[in-house]
Design a protein around this ligand. Structure first.
Ligand code: PMP
Ligand code: GLN
Length: 381
């Protein structure tokens, strides 16, 4: 079999959730909320399933969802997108990523990636025949520097895969870092595939800045969003892809033979949900920010140093400051088996030279879940 795939380990999310079930652990590992998601959006999906049309929707997505997505991104991010030729619906951001990488990379093309990296990226890039050029970001700030970009960008660079807000660190890269990256994309004629699935989950008054909005980037950016993240219903695999028409034409060729389409009832419900007002998204953000602060305070009181989280459902703890001999993976295995709390070792997000002292916790949980996890963690440290 293909060695890239036969030698892959099982994804850390599946492994840790399996261990969480086996040990009846509080699962702060894989990122999903306790909350079932907005009742009205779920009701729309149910209604569409029972009464609606359940046959193949158009390949590019239901027109009402494409229009709703264009409208949503205009209201929230000031983007002007033509829903007829610049928006496509996929079965989750994961399909959008696979399609973009398969459609845009030719064997031998160099692809710039940032470590720590979301675990799906590297196997997809390698399967597409891309040659990864890895930039290693360093804790605690995980900042992108000009020197790091200059070391990997060249005339052979085809594409950069950029995740902002960033999973697993919770970092939101600032405008200056993005301008630096945009500058390299322009200088070397590089496409930016931007995984912006966490675009609504940013804290402390931040507003998401899409890469596509930077000067010169409109025509060379593939923007990827996820309704599963926008509404906190991670099992809903509905991805939103935005790109200028020449790029979109190529992306749609991959999509047509990966999944072709996405369940129409979910598309109908997401189209409805994207129309929700500012108050809805503000409330979602402030609930999550409160949960972040609750878990941060609890972990800090236990002597676990929390690195700042500016977005996503995640915060990280640096064990190096507690005991330099602790290994993140061993810590997480002991924690779930002996103490009943699941977390994610951040070393799983590295292809090489992993940082092995950082552990990720998901805080998209109600207070009772977080308190139970903290009580158990108190016995572990
Ligand atoms: N990219 C990132 C950075 C993610 O964190 C996730 C899931 N949490 C995805 C992609 C996958 O999104 P989806 O479930 O819509 O496929
Ligand atoms: N993206 C989710 C996380 O980071 C997990 C996705 C998955 O399980 N494949 O926790």
């Amino acid at each position: 079999f293909n060695p890239v795939y036969s030698n892959l380990p099982t994804t850390i999310f599946e492994v840790m959730s399996g261990l969480a079930r086996e040990h009846q652990a509080v699962n702060l590992g894989q990122g999903f909320p306790d909350d079932p998601g907005p009742a009205d959006v779920r009701a729309k999906a149910a209604e569409a399933l029972i009464e609606g049309w359940n046959q193949y929707p158009p390949m590019m997505g239901l027109p009402e969802l494409r229009r709703a997505a264009a409208d949503h991104y205009r209201r929230w991010q000031g983007l002007a997108l033509d829903s007829d030729c610049e928006v496509m619906v996929t079965s989750g951001a994961t399909e959008a990523l696979a399609g973009a990488l398969f459609a845009l990379i030719e064997p031998g093309d160099e692809v710039v990636l940032f470590q720590p990296l979301y675990d799906a990226y590297l196997p997809l890039v390698l399967r597409a025949g891309g040659v990864p050029k890895l930039i290693r970001l360093e804790p605690p700030a995980w900042r992108i520097t000009e020197g790091a970009l200059a070391a990997v960008f060249s005339a052979r660079t085809k594409l950069v895969l950029f995740n902002n807000p960033q999973n697993p660190t919770g970092v939101v890269h600032c405008r200056a870092e993005m301008e630096l990256l945009a500058d390299f994309c322009l200088r070397y004629d590089v496409i930016a595939v931007c995984d912006e699935v966490w675009e609504h989950i940013v804290f402390d008054g931040r507003r998401h800045l899409p890469m596509m909005a930077l000067p010169g980037m409109r025509e060379r950016t593939v923007k990827i969003g996820s309704a599963g993240k926008i509404f906190g219903m991670t099992g809903w695999k509905v991805g939103l892809v935005c790109a200028a028409p020449p790029l979109m034409r190529v992306l749609s060729k991959a999509h047509q033979f990966l999944t072709f389409t996405t369940p129409p009832n979910l598309q109908t419900a997401v189209a409805y949900g994207l129309g929700k007002d500012e108050a809805y998204f503000d409330a979602m953000r402030s609930d999550l920010q409160r949960a972040r602060d609750h878990l941060t305070a609890g972990l800090t009181a236990l002597g676990l140093p929390v690195l700042p989280s500016a977005g996503t459902y995640f915060l990280t703890v640096d064990l190096a400051a507690v005991d330099s001999s602790l290994d993140d993976e061993q810590f997480c295995l002991d924690l779930v088996r002996a103490h009943g709390v699941a977390a994610i070792p951040v070393s799983a997000f590295y292809a090489e030279n992993a940082v092995r002292s950082v552990v990720r916790f998901c805080f998209a949980k109600n207070d009772a879940t977080l308190d139970l996890a903290l009580e158990r963690l108190g016995r572990a440290v």
